[in-house]
Design a protein around this ligand. Structure first.
Ligand SMILES: NC(=O)c1ccc[n+]([C@@H]2O[C@H](COP(=O)([O-])OP(=O)(O)OC[C@H]3O[C@@H](n4cnc5c(N)ncnc54)[C@H](OP(=O)(O)O)[C@@H]3O)[C@@H](O)[C@H]2O)c1
Length: 345
């Protein structure tokens, strides 16, 4: 069965990656594209400033971009991928859910709402059933599912491996984030060339809260946040794609650098078309992973780790993932596959 899907915010950095990853996709077929009023009514080729390495798929290039309202999306579309600015997402995503669409969203609005599942299918797939609670509370025929922020997705799979094996108590993380994480008009060249910016608005808080929800327990009614303490410091640097992060993880049980690397090396993907066979690639070289060399690990859907060192109460390591693939478009598609597998479409 092929599911017809619609893309909200289809012309942006994440929307373009979605188009690249959905062409082709074994389960999903692009049936609608929307963007801002400025783009509505134009062909996708005219509306999008295409920046992906591969060319625009011809059928997509010729499609007309619609306005971002449920009325502009055909009824036979059952899954919506949303990559809208969060303020716009907060306004329009509930309209789509109310109109019966199931929305897999990248936007940060609502991620920490108690009845909104926040999932990484390889980490907490069972949280998807929070949709039952959401439908009861909101009376929606549709549903809203979120993937986490791109910097959170990078560190959580390795942290989950450590938590399962040794129990996490405290996490400290400092990021070196690529410019594509801010979208196409996010950071100007005058700001970022020959520079590093030690602040990304709201990002620290997202890493500190979303990671605790992802590693929290879902009891059928609510998600209890993990009680680990997380503190983050986020920095923008002049790389194009791929967020690199330095993580210090304190554990309840004793851990060695080798044991931490082994725990991560054992993590496999899940039975979904976009999940990689080997989720976490462990590098032995102390100077890897690096953004330019390693962001396309497992076709951009893997997480690369390395630089393990023992610390007083745990381990330090570095991790890296492609922010618009594993961190955004790929994450949303994986969540769409999870929704289909669990009978929500
Ligand atoms: N970039 C990343 O690595 C990343 C990672 C994780 C999550 N996210 C999140 O994903 C979302 C999209 O990010 P992005 O980087 O793709 O942003 P972007 O490049 O700025 O694209 C924004 C998209 O939203 C559309 N849009 C803007 N204002 C609109 C409005 N008022 N009504 C309808 N559509 C509107 C734009 O259409 P026009 O072209 O017509 O303006 C464009 O398609 C954001 O919430 C971001 O925080 C991004």
């Amino acid at each position: 069965m092929t599911v017809r899907v619609g893309l909200l915010g289809a012309t942006g950095a994440v929307g373009q990656r979605l188009i690249q990853l959905l062409d082709p996709h074994p389960e999903f077929e692009i049936a609608a594209l929307t963007a801002s009023e400025e783009s509505a009514g134009k062909s996708y080729r005219e509306a999008a400033k295409w920046r992906v390495e591969a060319p625009i798929p011809e059928e997509v290039a010729q499609m007309e971009v619609g306005a971002t309202t449920p009325e502009d999306v055909p009824d036979d579309v059952s899954l919506i991928f949303s990559s809208l600015p969060s303020g716009v997402g907060a306004e329009v995503e509930p309209d789509f859910c109310e109109a019966g669409y199931v929305v897999s969203s990248n936007s940060s609005n609502g991620r920490m709402d108690p009845d909104v599942p926040l999932t990484i299918p390889e980490v907490n797939p069972e949280h998807v059933d929070l949709i039952e609670v959401q439908r009861d509370e909101r009376g929606w025929d549709g549903a809203l599912l979120k993937n986490p922020n791109c910097s959170t997705i990078t560190m959580v799979p390795p942290l989950e491996a450590l938590d399962r094996a040794f129990g996490l108590t405290d996490v400290r993380v400092s990021t070196l984030q690529a410019v594509s994480g801010a979208g196409y008009s996010g950071v100007s060249s005058m700001e970022i060339i020959d520079n590093a910016i030690p602040h990304i608005g709201g990002e620290e808080q997202k890493m500190e809260t979303e990671s605790r929800k992802l590693l929290g327990e879902f009891d059928g009614a609510e998600v209890r946040l993990h009680d680990m303490d997380v503190a983050a410091s986020c920095n923008r640097i002049p790389t194009l794609d791929g967020h690199l992060e330095n993580v210090w993880a304190d554990t309840a049980e004793d851990v060695t650098a080798d044991a931490a690397a082994d725990a991560m090396d054992e993590v496999t993907g899940v039975d979904l078309p976009s999940s990689p066979e080997h989720l976490i690639k462990v590098f032995e070289e102390p100077d890897r992973p690096q953004p330019r060399l390693d962001r396309n690990t497992e076709g951009g859907m893997g997480v690369a780790v390395g630089g393990f060192r023992e610390t007083t109460d745990g381990v330090q390591f570095n991790c890296l993932a492609h922010n618009t693939m594993r961190g955004a478009a790929g994450a949303s598609i994986l969540n769409g596959e999870l929704l289909l597998q669990n009978g929500y479409l």
